[in-house]
Each structure stands twice: as structure tokens, then as C-alpha cells.
Ligand binder design. Structure first.
Ligand code: FAD
Length: 486
């Protein structure tokens, strides 16, 4: 059988390995780290377990599809539940909203707490569904770089609906038209951060995202997010995929415009095709440095990054859920700081993810594991030590004000992840979480294709190529890519 070499065991690399193994390829994965999963990994310390990167699980069908392809029953290998509350929102003035999965309950809550007509929420989620139904078949499930995509009947249907797809206004403009209460505008503007973009610049097309969270649902893997990595890694191994850890690929070998193998520690490994899961900007700087550089694509602005404090907290806060947001009082200023001033805002929106609410063994008894995150600019050489010190103080003040507590003495364990360490651990350019940002209407077209147009048998998957970052899109990149291979 033919041999496929995969560079990187991020979630898209693992999904590609599974799909190629199912197609009958002999597959080998080469991973620089000594663990699989890239950003989707975990941290364990002093009785606490933290999911290191992604915390929100949407479109679980993309994971299920991999088990099905391999002839397995998902529930025998990977279990997850639908969250009754997607997120618990808090504001400085004491207002709180529980974003119920049940849309009637959500609309009632919003009407009662924020005086927002329930129909505004229902109507907004219908618009979101409309965008999803018209764009997902085109932008998420197919290559944008093949003519057949553009002449497909689904594409023709979408062209006719162009005006309703939000391309000509920003997310913030659309949400201001949709909602009366500025708190709800803020709540729906937050979805821009799901792919590291700025709601005041990104097209309203990204209002597609609430459809995933509300109309389809927010989910939680019963053993934590890291179980997405572990269960798919195990599935790949069961299918005969060979993983090599601590193996940093130095070069993709090309002969006569065809990928023929890779080089590691000076040693050559031959293959019939090569799949790259490494971030494309850094790939062109290193393993593809001898090849023609697609400068325009590589120079696109990157998404935002994150500063995370993994805190072991020695108390249980019953008012906190799995996903919690403590909103900034000035969202516009916050994004202006992140995307233009290139520094975090002094009153940041604080996201607290607590898996011990659903998985008690993630923290010792009467304690909680707080993944405390703020959005920050990607790394452009800022003084991160100073930024981290100031942000830590600002976060603690905010938590103290909103939860009426004194959090610092309760922090028993602390680990920190910042844009620099994200890049070191996963090779993502500038520590961006989601590859390119989507801050303009052409972003979707300025991601790298899933194949090389110059080099035969060279393919690409992961958050820095089409269709983009985030677990579901990374899994779809593997699908689009492998469907091109015979
Ligand atoms: P990556 O995870 O980027 O992994 C790439 C792998 O390639 C790494 O393991 C790296 O070591 C390896 N590699 C690189 N170069 C080489 C080389 N030369 N040789 C060998 N191996 C190499 N997504 C969501 O869906 N929901 C969320 O809630 C969410 N939150 C996030 C929060 C944080 C803090 C972060 C960091 C990300 C978040 N994301 C979220 C985004 C999501 O994690 C990513 O989009 C996704 O995991 C990226 O997967 P990937 O396949 O592109 O590979």
C-alpha cells in the first residue's frame, strides 16, 4: 500500500491519519512534542487537571464521523453530553444571564433580566441558522480552491442570497440593529472571539457562530476536552497508524515538483504523499523554505491570542458554571486595545472555564480548577512579563468585584500560558489561536489551500489553512484534504 507521512499530531493531523488509514494508506505521524494533540492537550498539577487549550466543544458530529468511518460506535470510545447552559454571563452592575440551551428558556431569561423582547433573540438565531445553511456547505465542507466548488448548485443558491449573509456590515452593526439592550449586543459580539476576530471589524457573516452554540448546542466530553485528542489518537493507533514523538521535521523533500518524503535529524524518510499539519507561516519559514512562498497569504493578519492562568482554587463557588464570562464595561475599548494598541485592556473580559463542575475529579474535594483566560494580541515582541503581571492584577480585581470575594489567597496552584509559550509549544505563528483573523470580508479566501498547486502529493490541514481554526474546522480541513486524494 502507499505510504502517507503526516507532520504534526494536532487534532487535524490525527483526523487526517484516521481518514488516510481508512482509505488504505500506511500512515506515519511525526510530532515534535512528546505528546499528541498540539493545542488540544492538558496540564496536571498537584491534584488538579486542566484542559490546556480549547474548552468549548461544538459540532461533535465531526468527531463521530471519524469513529463511524472506522466502523466503530462512538459511545464505546468517546462520550459527551449536551450542556443545559452554554455560558453564565456576569456584568459589573450585578446583572447576570444564563445562556440556556433551550431557546424558549433563553428568550424568557433575556426578557426578564434585560428587558429585551424575546422575539429579538429568536429572530437573531433564525438569521444565524440562515447564514449557516447557506454558507456551511460551501465554505466549511469544500475546498475554495477548486472550480467545482464554485459551480456547484449549493454555491449558486448562496449567490442569490448574498445580501442576507452579512457580508456588507460588521458583526457589531448587525447586532446593534438586532437588539435593544447593549448587554445583548455585547453578548452576541463575543462570538467574534471564537475565531480570534474583532466584532467591530469582522463581517456579520460570523453571526453564523451562535447557530452552532444555540441551535445545535454546546457540548462537553465526559472525560474533558483532552479526551477528544486521546480517543482519536487511540482510534488512529487501532487503525495501524504509527506515531513518532519528539521528532521535529526539518524539511519536506521535493523532487521534480513532487513531495517524496521528509527529513528529520538529517535522516530521510520516503513517502508517497506528505500531509503538513504545522502552521503554514512557520512551515514556509522552515520545512518549506526552499519552495515558492505565497507571500500575500502568509502576510495576512493573525488572529488574537490568549493569556491563561490555570488556577487551582481552594473553594467551591456554586454560582459558577462550566463556562463563565465576566464582561468588560467597555468592549469597544477592549478590542481597540487588543487589535490596534496591541496590549490587553485594563478592564478585560475574563473567561473562566471550570471542568470540575462536570468532572469533579479534575480538582481536589471542595476545590475548583479555574482556566482563567483573557483575549490578548498575538505576539509582536511586546514586554510579556510586564503585561502578564498587570493582567494578573486586573483579572484578580475583576473577579473580586464581580464575585464579591478575595480570590488571591485561594489560589493554591498556578500555571501560565501566553502567546510566546503557545508558539513554542505548537509552532503557531505569533501564538495566534486560530491562524489568520477574519477581520475582513476576504479573509476566507486568503487562507492557504488544502493542497499545493506547485508540488504534487503535498497536502495541508489544520487551523492555519482552509476552512480555518477551531476544532470543528480543523477536523473539516482533514476531511476536505483527504477527499482530494484517490
Ligand atoms: P495544532 O494544535 O496547532 O498542532 C500542530 C502540531 O504540529 C503540534 O503538536 C506541533 O508540535 C506539531 N508540529 C509543528 N511543527 C512541527 C514539525 N516541524 N515537526 C513535527 N511536528 C510539528 N478551538 C475550539 O474549537 N474551541 C475552543 O474553545 C478553543 N479555545 C482555544 C483556546 C486556546 C488557549 C487555544 C490555544 C486554542 C483554542 N482553540 C479552540 C483553537 C484550537 O485549539 C485549534 O484551532 C486546534 O486545536 C488546532 O489544531 P491543529 O490541527 O491546527 O494543530
Amino acid at each position: 500500500s502507499q505510504k502517507a507521512l503526516i507532520i504534526g499530531s494536532g487534532i487535524a493531523g490525527i483526523a487526517s491519519a484516521i481518514r488516510l488509514a481508512v482509505k488504505g494508506f500506511q500512515v506515519e505521524v511525526f510530532e515534535a512534542n512528546d505528546y499528541p494533540g498540539g493545542k488540544l492537550s492538558q496540564i496536571e498539577k498537584d491534584g488538579y487537571r486542566f484542559d490546556a487549550g480549547p474548552s468549548l466543544f461544538t459540532l461533535p458530529e465531526q468527531v463521530e464521523e471519524l469513529f463511524k468511518l472506522a466502523g466503530r460506535k462512538t459511545e464505546d470510545h468517546f462520550q459527551y453530553l449536551k450542556l443545559p447552559v452554554a455560558c453564565h454571563y456576569f456584568w459589573e452592575d450585578g446583572k447576570t444571564i444564563k445562556a440556556y440551551a433551550d431557546i424558549d428558556k433563553l428568550s424568557e431569561e433575556v426578557e426578564r433580566e434585560l428587558d429585551e423582547p424575546a422575539d429579538n433573540v429568536r429572530d437573531s438565531l433564525e438569521k444565524s441558522r440562515f447564514i449557516y445553511e447557506h454558507l456551511a456547505p460551501l465554505f466549511m465542507h469544500k475546498s475554495l480552491h477548486k472550480l467545482s466548488t464554485w459551480t456547484h448548485p449549493e454555491a449558486m443558491k448562496s449567490y442569490l442570497k448574498m445580501g442576507k449573509l452579512g457580508i456588507f456590515q460588521t458583526m457589531d452593526e448587525a447586532n446593534k440593529r438586532q437588539f435593544d439592550n447593549p448587554k445583548l449586543v455585547q453578548l452576541f459580539n463575543r462570538y467574534a472571539t471564537y475565531n480570534g476576530s474583532n466584532p467591530y471589524e469582522t463581517p456579520a457573516t460570523l453571526n453564523i457562530i451562535p447557530h452552532l452554540e444555540f441551535n445545535i448546542g454546546a457540548f462537553f466530553p465526559k472525560k474533558g476536552m483532552h479526551d477528544i485528542t486521546l480517543s482519536l489518537y487511540k482510534l488512529a493507533q487501532d487503525l495501524g497508524v504509527k506515531f513518532n514523538f519528539g521528532q521535529k521535521v526539518e524539511e519536506i523533500l521535493v523532487e521534480n515538483k513532487k513531495a517524496v518524503g521528509i527529513k528529520i535529524n538529517g535522516e530521510i524518510i520516503h513517502g508517497d504523499l506528505v500531509v503538513n499539519n504545522m502552521d503554514m507561516v512557520n512551515a514556509y519559514k522552515t520545512i518549506l523554505k526552499k519552495q515558492k512562498q505565497p507571500k500575500r497569504l502568509l502576510n495576512q493578519p493573525k488572529s488574537s491570542s490568549a493569556l491563561i492562568f490555570y488556577w487551582g482554587i481552594e473553594r467551591v463557588f456554586p454560582e459558577l458554571d462550566l463556562h463563565n464570562i465576566l464582561f468588560s464595561d467597555n468592549y469597544l475599548e477592549e478590542f481597540d486595545h487588543i487589535f490596534h494598541k496591541k496590549e490587553p485592556y485594563r478592564d478585560p473580559t475574563v473567561y473562566i472555564n471550570i471542568t470540575s463542575t462536570y468532572k469533579p475529579d479534575d480538582a481536589p474535594k471542595d476545590c475548583m480548577n479555574w482556566f482563567t483566560m483573557i483575549n490578548v494580541p498575538n505576539n509582536q515582541g511586546q514586554d510579556w512579563e510586564k503585561i502578564i503581571n498587570e493582567a494578573r492584577k486586573n483579572i484578580i480585581h475583576k473577579v473580586n468585584r464581580i464575585l464579591k470575594t478575595d480570590i488571591e489567597p485561594l489560589i493554591a496552584v498556578e500555571e501560565i500560558l501566553d502567546p510566546r509559550t503557545i508558539e513554542i509549544k505548537t509552532s503557531s505563528a505569533q501564538g495566534a489561536l486560530y491562524g489568520n483573523s477574519s477581520n475582513n470580508k476576504f479573509s476566507a479566501f486568503l487562507r492557504h489551500a488544502n493542497f499545493s498547486s506547485d508540488i504534487k502529493d503535498l497536502y495541508f490541514c489544520g487551523g492555519s489553512v482552509h476552512p480555518g481554526g477551531g476544532i470543528p474546522l480543523c477536523l473539516l480541513s482533514a476531511k476536505i484534504m483527504t477527499e482530494m486524494i484517490d
